[in-house]
Design a protein around this ligand. Sequence first.
Ligand code: HEC
Length: 140
Amino acid sequence: MKKFLALLPLCGLLLWQACSNENGTASKPLNPNGDSELALLMRQMFEDSERVRQQIEKGEAVSIQVDFEKIMTAKATDPAKMQGPDYPHFAASYVEAMKALRDAPQAEAQERYTAMVATCMNCHEQSCPGPMVRIKKLVL
Ligand code: HEC
């Protein structure tokens, strides 16, 4: 039991490292061990969502550029985050929401965009709270 308690702060630290990047920029690695495939994808997802939000604000047609289905397979800094039943479930909801947004008629784009951002938040609430501050900025 004592050993287990001693390990707890270490686990917390590992989680914190992978998920604490609130202000990541695409240009330099934020993680001393290099950025994971999933972390890089997440930044592209963020930037693409920001672009789509602007398109909706301007009343332009939505175009999606990020390869969002990669969320199912990209490797995370801490692979434990992708184990268990929750990750695939949340990832699938995000993929579905992106397809719905991509295929949405113009009049429904805003509603589908909002639903998509909610799927980011749902997964992050569970597995990776650090970036939630940033993700909130995507809300229209
Ligand atoms: C299925 C779960 C899941 C979904 C859905 C999800 N994320 Fe993430 N996100 C993660 C995990 C896990 C990490 C940690 C990745 C790592 O460190 O390898 C992460 C990391 C991030 C990061 C930090 C990346 C960095 O610079 O290190 C940002 C920003 C982010 N996500 C934004 C988003 C946005 C925006 C969306 C929706 C468009 C989203 N996430 C949807 C699980 C998810």
